[in-house]
Ligand binder design. Structure first.
Ligand code: PGA
Length: 240
């Protein structure tokens, strides 16, 4: 686990954005694993800026998103589908058919999840997977559990995640289930980049980096990945 502590979210966005940019220049047909939440937004803004300056293109890129809520229409402003178009895809030249986001309303959930993992595999695997971390140590929606999860699956969200994310649902209708890439799916990515900023993440970051590798802190599994780079600001790194 390669831990890099920078001064603020902006410096992290630039450092992470430069890794993505180098990847796209070297391999224009890259497969990117993307994340939602507050943590990746400055990186997406930086990448949009590079695109607008003509320095990178997403024309031949394929993307897979980590997770999506269940029982929320795709067009809902809080779906991760909407989030990705609003924060990245609508501003760059990615082709909509190259965007892969789980269908949280699929009738056949098992087929949806298995098909998602199979599509990633068929395309040769994810080159770079971007991650945030929950205050409870989750990655994607892999919540603290008795065992590490494997492939993409349907998960019941924990109270901690509901508390963290309900600010986005002022009407109180926060979904209780989601589809998420499993720990096994995430660990197959060739490179993993995790971003954590702010004091609220310090405990989870400590458990991830210094605790034992155990499903009680799903992110701790990244200690076993050959190329996981963790970008922290000073507040998130304060307990290391
Ligand atoms: P955040 O969420 O980036 O909005 O803090 C991260 C996560 O819960 O995985």
């Amino acid at each position: 686990m390669d831990i890099r502590i920078l001064n603020n979210a902006q410096e992290i966005a630039q450092a992470v954005g430069d890794i993505f940019s180098a990847q796209l220049k070297e391999q224009p047909r890259s497969i990117l694993g993307l994340a939602t939440g507050a943590s990746p937004v400055p990186t997406y803004q930086y990448l949009i800026d590079l695109y607008k300056k003509g320095k990178i293109s997403f024309k031949d890129v394929k993307t897979f998103n980590l997770d999506e809520y269940c029982d929320l229409p795709r067009e809902d402003r809080n779906s991760y589908y909407s989030f990705m178009f609003e924060n990245l895809f609508s501003h760059v030249d990615i082709l909509p058919e190259n965007v892969n986001i789980l269908d949280g309303n699929a009738v056949d959930v098992d087929a949806e999840c298995a098909g998602f993992d199979a599509r990633i595999e068929k395309m040769g695997g994810i080159d770079i997977q971007l991650l945030g971390i929950g205050t409870n140590g989750h990655i994607g929606f892999n919540e603290p559990a008795e065992a590490f999860t494997e492939g993409t699956f349907k998960v019941k969200l924990t109270n901690s995640t509901i508390q963290s994310n309900k600010i986005y649902f002022p009407d109180g209708h926060m979904p209780r289930y989601a589809l998420t890439m499993g720990i096994g799916s995430i660990m197959k990515a060739k490179k993993i980049i995790l971003i954590a900023t702010g004091e609220a993440k310090a405990q989870a970051v400590k458990a991830m980096a210094k605790g034992e590798v155990a499903p009680a802190c799903p992110a701790s599994v990244l200690q076993n990945h050959a190329d996981a780079v963790i970008f922290l600001d000073k507040a998130a790194a304060s307990l290391l």
